[in-house]
Design a protein around this ligand. Structure first.
Ligand code: FES
Length: 103
């Protein structure tokens, strides 16, 4: 099995219904806490320079604060244009109260 786990942050680092940005190696990620469930996506909006961790989280929808496009943090699918390209998502594993991803 070639997958590697990368530890991103403590679960307590991310407030309920909010997001933080985490830089890890060459990845810049957004870590979301939606009602105590964690999701990880690329932080950079696929539409432009927006940082999704600074966007507006409403349920599972993250709205980019640049042009108000939005994605579903569970799947990365576009919810609202002008975004057209899905955002990359990562498989999250909670380990020792830390948010980790499998890459
Ligand atoms: Fe995110 Fe345009 S940069 S919607």
């Amino acid at each position: 099995d070639a997958s590697t786990r990368i530890r991103l942050c403590s679960t307590s680092d991310v407030d309920w219904d909010s997001a933080i940005r985490v830089e890890e190696g060459d990845l810049t990620l957004a870590v979301f806490n939606v009602n105590g469930v964690f999701y990880v996506t690329d932080d950079l909006c696929t539409h432009g320079p927006g940082s999704l961790s600074e966007g507006y989280l409403d349920g599972h929808t993250i709205e980019c604060d640049f042009h108000n496009g939005a994605f579903d943090v569970r799947t990365g699918e576009v919810v609202t244009p002008p975004c057209m390209i899905p955002i990359k998502t990562y498989k999250v594993v909670i380990e020792d109260e830390h948010v980790t991803i499998e890459v």
